[in-house]
Every structure is written in structure tokens, then in C-alpha cells.
Design a protein around this ligand. Structure first.
Ligand code: 2AM
Ligand code: CA
Ligand code: CA
Ligand code: CA
Length: 275
């Protein structure tokens, strides 16, 4: 069995694990701040995934949100980048609209991406270079769009930050309508299926967007940081994911605001222990 096929089975099993676990009680705890939550199900599911990978592939490297990673040699062999629950707040408050996200690299190059919408049991997946699928159905390339007729995913929390809100408010004003789903991985699913046209996050970790970036590329979604640069390997970064036409319009708005660029670089270089 290929690693890709193994990963497809694993993510479906992991979804079933979470759904079963939701029938019982679980604990909710705070992480970095009162709104940054983690549950026992996040922790248990990451352990579930790690154990299955290690049983099948003892030599593969794994990084995930909830446990320490051995980052050495991450560009040699297979590296799994996993988020056991993306959208923990939705998991706790809504009991839907959360995902499992798995990005896989081989020798530092994208190999496969998988995102499971857990409550819908809907799997978006791609093996790099072979197109993207929703369950067994192949997806078409996304259409290009302009800001004026685009739906843009953008978090309200970043819009109320004084130092960066300027260009973000301009984008909200000029787009057709903004959205905030509360799960970066599921926002990628919407992008990949052509239900929204752009997704913007001022700060994400590798497990939030690795899978989406790998799958999105198969349908023409380009992922960079807010200044148009390649996201740094396994670093926290801003994330702009969109089609090629809209990307130029959005980058133009952000790069023309010096205060925004300064705040962006300060946040990403100096305050890198936040979040
Ligand atoms: P998470 O649910 O796995 O933490 C919206 O909140 C999106 O941003 C989610 O994909 C969430 O992933 C991600 N995110 C990353 N860091 C976060 C933080 N410190 N607090 C809340 N959400 C965070
Ligand atoms: Ca989290
Ligand atoms: Ca996440
Ligand atoms: Ca998570």
C-alpha cells in the first residue's frame, strides 16, 4: 500500500475515532489565552494518529500541534505535519465545522495533503501532481476572480488590530463579502471547491495550512505569505491563498501600506513566541 493510500485510511479512521469520542464527555482546557482551547480529544486524536503512523512507518518524522516534534532531518524521508482537530473552538461550541489536517512531505517536497471534514466525513485529498479529489470525485481547476466579485475568508480578530487593520479593512470594503469559518483547513476546502475566492490568515502554524497548500496547488490555488513570499519551511507565517488574478490585487493593497508591512514583519520576526 502506498503512503498516500495508508494516509487516506488513517484520516477516515481518525474521524471515526473523534465522532465516537464525542458520545462521551471530554475536558476542555485553556492554552495560551482564555480563547485558545484544547480538549482531551485533540490530544487523544493526535496520539491515535502518531501511533498508527509509527506502527506502519517507524522511520517517518511527525510534527503536530499538541506534542513536541523532532525537527531534525525533516527534509530527509517522509515528514507528516498533522493537526488532530483544526477548529477546536467550533468543535467545542458548534460540534461541527472542524477538520483533521494532514500534510505529507517526502525529502522536503510536497507529497500529499488530506483534510477531513469530520462531521460530514468528507475527504479532500491530493497526491502532489495528480489532481485534487473530494471523496472519489476529481475537482476542476478554480476560476480566476477579481476582488469586487470575490468572497474573502478573513478573521474578524485581525480586523480590529490597530497596527494592521488598514489594508485589511480596504479588502473587506472592496470584496463582495467577507467570511470567517473558524477553521483554516475548512477554509481551504471551500477555496479548493470554488465556494470562496481567497483565504487570509495573519498567522498560522505549519499544521494549519500544509495540507491545504499541497491540495490547493493541484487546482490552481497559490499560497504565499501576505507579502507574496513563499511561506518559510515549517515556520509560523501569514497565509494568503487564492487564485492568480486575485492574488495580485490583494498583494497590491497590502504592499502599498508601509505601516502594515512594518507591523507584519515585526509580528513575524520579533514576537514569534506568541500564539
Ligand atoms: P486550531 O483550531 O487548530 O487551533 C481559526 O481560529 C483558525 O486559526 C483555526 O484553524 C485555528 O486552528 C487557527 N489558530 C492558530 N493559532 C491559533 C490560536 N492561538 N488561537 C486560535 N486559533 C488559532
Ligand atoms: Ca489550537
Ligand atoms: Ca489548526
Ligand atoms: Ca488544532
Amino acid at each position: 500500500m502506498s503512503v498516500y493510500l495508508f494516509a487516506k485510511e488513517l484520516i477516515r479512521d481518525s474521524g471515526a475515532f473523534i465522532r465516537g469520542r464525542m458520545e462521551e464527555s471530554f475536558q476542555v482546557e485553556r492554552k495560551s489565552n482564555p480563547n485558545d482551547l484544547v480538549t482531551t480529544v485533540d490530544l487523544e486524536n493526535e496520539q491515535y494518529i502518531r501511533t498508527k503512523i509509527k506502527e506502519a512507518y517507524p522511520n517517518h518524522n511527525i510534527i503536530g500541534e499538541e506534542y513536541e516534534a523532532d525537527m531534525e532531518d525533516s527534509k530527509v524521508g517522509y515528514l507528516w505535519v498533522i493537526d488532530p482537530i483544526d477548529g477546536t473552538l467550533n468543535f467545542v461550541h458548534q460540534r461541527e465545522n472542524f477538520a483533521i489536517s494532514i500534510g505529507i512531505y517526502k525529502d522536503g517536497e510536497p507529497y500529499a495533503g488530506l483534510i477531513l471534514d469530520v462531521m460530514k466525513d468528507k475527504l479532500i485529498h491530493a497526491e502532489a501532481g495528480n489532481g485534487a479529489f473530494v471523496n472519489d470525485e476529481k475537482l476542476s481547476k478554480v476560476k480566476t476572480s477579481h476582488l469586487s466579485n470575490s468572497i474573502v475568508g478573513i478573521s474578524h480578530k485581525w480586523l480590529v488590530r490597530e497596527d494592521i487593520k488598514g489594508p485589511l479593512i480596504e479588502i473587506v470594503k472592496k470584496c463582495r463579502s467577507p467570511r470567517s469559518l473558524g477553521s483554516a483547513a475548512l477554509e481551504y476546502v471551500q477555496l479548493i471547491e470554488g465556494r470562496i475566492e481567497a483565504s487570509m490568515f495573519f498567522r498560522l502554524s505549519p499544521w494549519d495550512f500544509s495540507a491545504g497548500k499541497i491540495i490547493g496547488k493541484e487546482v490552481g490555488i497559490i499560497t504565499t505569505d501576505f507579502l507574496g513570499r513563499e511561506n518559510e519551511w515549517l515556520e509560523r507565517t501569514s497565509v494568503l491563498a487564492t487564485n492568480s488574478v486575485l492574488q495580485k490585487e490583494l498583494l497590491e493593497i497590502m504592499k502599498n501600506d508601509e505601516g502594515f508591512i512594518l507591523a507584519h514583519d515585526k509580528f513575524h520576526n520579533i514576537h514569534s513566541s506568541d500564539h
